[in-house]
Design a protein around this ligand. Sequence first.
Ligand code: THU
Length: 136
Amino acid sequence: MNEKELIRHALKARENAYCPYSSFAVGACVECSDGSLFEGCNVENASYGATNCAERTAIFKAVSEGHREITAIAIVGGKKGEEITGFAYPCGVCRQVINEFAKGDAKIIVAKSENDYRVLTLFELLPEAFGPNNLS
Ligand code: THU
């Protein structure tokens, strides 16, 4: 799957963002090693702390459907109802959750649009990570 296609899916997922408290709408799409795709959006909560980020929504959907190897994730975020003006990088918790199911060379695509995006690796965003191998 190419980057543009993953971004398109992330933009579609963003339309479902439930963000009445921050008005910051985020969409994500993960690609798994078998090519399957899972979309997710942020889901906020009146308690604030129970909010789930778009990346984790997408990853938990993938894992709960039996997919445990993530090869790429595209992320788009910005003020709800407005044009996206900046790159939305995954928060620290999401980086850690991506690390659980991805290798260091997994692609993290942050995008403003299909034609304006950056591709980084998980290793670049989370060097010296603590992961499953540290426990074996
Ligand atoms: N958010 C995400 O969905 N992903 C991130 O990596 C950063 C933040 C969401 C959480 C919250 O609903 C809103 O953006 C503002 O923080």
